[in-house]
Design a protein around this ligand. Structure first.
Ligand code: FE2
Ligand code: FE2
Length: 308
């Protein structure tokens, strides 16, 4: 049971600080929390709690300096679903921007927890949580559109007009350029042959994927085609698995090109090819984010189904 909802740590005698906080924490039932307020970052306490009480704790920064730090400290409800990185990005565009800057994959890897995402970029979980919290101080203006507020009919039109069109226009140009660059430079850079072959496979699969969305899924959103909740769920799971394949393909392209590192003697076409693939990748990741984290969950929710 909660002993008190706010603990002003700076008013407690130094030797009693940690024992008092532990006392309060131990008295909590699942689902309960209290706030600790301190005059410096209480982060060492987090590690102490983690070491002595295990991983089942909630540590959420509510304020971080410069004068006071406030943290909500609690115990999670049993079997509570943990918010995924994709859901966090979908809910707050400012957090999506921070994740993008840090190199967190919230599109194909959107099912990761904050802890898993932090590990993937070599950051501490608590550091990542703090960076996400800090982003709430930024104005949403100046960032990109807040897609979460759009209805799915409008969002599906947007995806088709902006992202599907981009894939269909840029994809064939990139394939053509990749063949041309391979023809000219493969003698000294044989990896260019693998690159153009990989691109052909990847893009041809992607064009089929767009057709599936436009012919099978978007008509359901537009109410011109009826499917049962189970059928919609199955179709969406299939499309998500194709997105995961696309994510792997993008990684493979990065491997072949050593993260798009150009040789010193690269000609203009060579340079153009790498920069076009990189901008294609960034558009596709945004495209997949909109579908995996916003469009699909909203459509499933309208059928009363939770995304897995
Ligand atoms: Fe799509
Ligand atoms: Fe898709």
């Amino acid at each position: 049971m909660i002993k008190s909802s706010l603990l002003e740590v700076f008013n407690i005698e130094p030797r009693l600080k940690h024992p008092t906080i532990f006392d309060h924490f131990d008295a909590l039932n699942a689902g309960e929390s209290f706030i600790i307020k301190n005059d410096h970052d209480p982060k060492p306490l987090y590690y102490q709690l983690l070491g002595e009480r295990g991983k089942d704790l909630i540590w959420e920064y509510l304020e971080f300096g410069p004068q006071y730090w406030q943290v909500r400290l609690g115990k999670p409800i049993e079997n509570e679903t943990i918010e995924t990185i994709g859901q966090i990005a979908a809910k707050d565009i400012r957090k999506a921007e921070i994740l993008k800057q840090l190199g967190v994959d919230f599109c194909c890897g959107g099912k990761q927890t904050v802890k898993e995402a932090a590990t993937s970029i070599g950051l501490d979980e608590i550091e990542l949580r703090m960076r996400l919290k800090q982003s709430e101080q930024l104005s949403p203006a100046g960032t990109t559109l807040n897609f979460q507020d759009w209805d799915i009919d409008f969002l599906s039109d947007y995806i088709k007009q902006v992202h599907h069109r981009f894939v269909r226009e840029k994809g064939p140009l990139i394939q053509e350029l990749a063949h041309k660059v391979a023809d000219v430079h493969a003698q000294h850079h044989p990896e260019l042959i693998s690159l153009s072959e990989e691109l052909d496979t990847f893009l041809n699969e992607l064009y089929n994927h767009l057709d599936k969305e436009e012919k099978q899924l978007f008509p359901v959103i537009k109410n011109t085609q009826e499917l049962t909740a189970k059928q919609v769920d199955q179709l969406i799971q299939f499309l998500i698995s194709e997105h995961e394949d696309s994510g792997k393909e993008l990684q493979q392209l990065r491997k072949i090109t050593q993260n798009y590192t150009l040789p010193a003697n690269a000609c203009n076409s060579y340079r153009a090819l790498f920069s076009q693939i990189e901008s294609f990748e960034s558009d596709l990741l945004q495209h997949i984010h909109l579908e995996n984290n916003i469009l699909f969950p909203k459509l499933l929710a309208s059928y009363g189904v939770r995304i897995k």
